[in-house]
Design a binder for this molecule. Sequence first.
Ligand SMILES: Nc1nc2c(ncn2[C@@H]2O[C@H](COP(=O)(O)OP(=O)(O)OP(=O)(O)O)[C@@H](O)[C@H]2O)c(=O)[nH]1
Ligand SMILES: [Mg+2]
Length: 298
Amino acid sequence: MDQQYSAFVAIVGRPNAGKSSLLNTMLGQKVAIVSDKPQTTRTRIMGVLTDGAYQFVFIDTPGFHKPRTALGENMIKAVGNGMDDVDVCLLVADCTREISPIEEELMARFRQKKLPAILVLNKIDLLERKEDMMGRIARYCERFDFAAVVPVCAKNGDGVEAVKQEIMPFAAEGVHMFDADTLTDQPERVLAAERIREKLLRLLDREIPHGIAVVTERFSQRPDSDVLDIDATIFCEKASHKGIIIGKGGATLKRAASMARADLEAFFGCRVNLQCWVKVKEDWRNREGLIHTFGLDA
Ligand SMILES: Nc1nc2c(ncn2[C@@H]2O[C@H](COP(=O)(O)OP(=O)(O)OP(=O)(O)O)[C@@H](O)[C@H]2O)c(=O)[nH]1
Ligand SMILES: [Mg+2]
């Protein structure tokens, strides 16, 4: 057998920097949901890309922040765990924004863990003046000795191939850990629940989407037909939130479910019958038992 190489790569950065977008673009498939709300990703998400002799195992992580809930603490733990035993980290930063204490803290961790890192400056499509980015790159490089700096647009794929090229030197010789067709460690039930949560993140505002957890209760293919039955429960923190999620005459929930159904049908390649219920679990983000039940503990 020809020599094989594997690289384990953690994707870290501040909330909303575009980490999950980068992962999806690398893989050519959506395994991590994306939204314009910070703290979209709540757990570690593995995505595997096998390209000839090379296998890249990416670990997407929640955006690094100061936690205010038990869920937040689990998310921060997930970032730390995600950086354990990797060959290299990608620090994904928004190229239109200055270095913040969040990036400083992550660079301190690279130093502490003696981890090499590549700076991925994302959202170059939003950059008005290239000069601004050049100054920023210099300031980053004064603080940490990055192995490479790659400007990208995770949204349209510009520069993403170059990120792969920069990771390659960190790959170790050894047999691939996963089959070439492995995409992610996320079970289908979780992928389905997350896509539903994504639509709610897009449709709802303020605190409400942050207090939502979605659990797939049923995921079953009908025998002798191409219909997939998915039942999901949407948990929220307050009765008042439940009313807003459902909306006038059920309009908001209907809209979210219909957006999710279209997405699920495209992803699973079959017809989907989706049923969603909304339930209240007071203050669940501070209840470890519920965090565990929802699969959100680190
Ligand atoms: N204009 C532009 N927007 C982008 C780009 N990459 C990501 N975005 C947007 O940035 C927002 C955040 O993207 P995510 O991929 O969810 O960011 P994240 O870093 O995973 O966020 P968390 O999971 O909350 O930590 C979304 O609205 C994306 O569509 C880009 O290259 N250009
Ligand atoms: Mg994310």
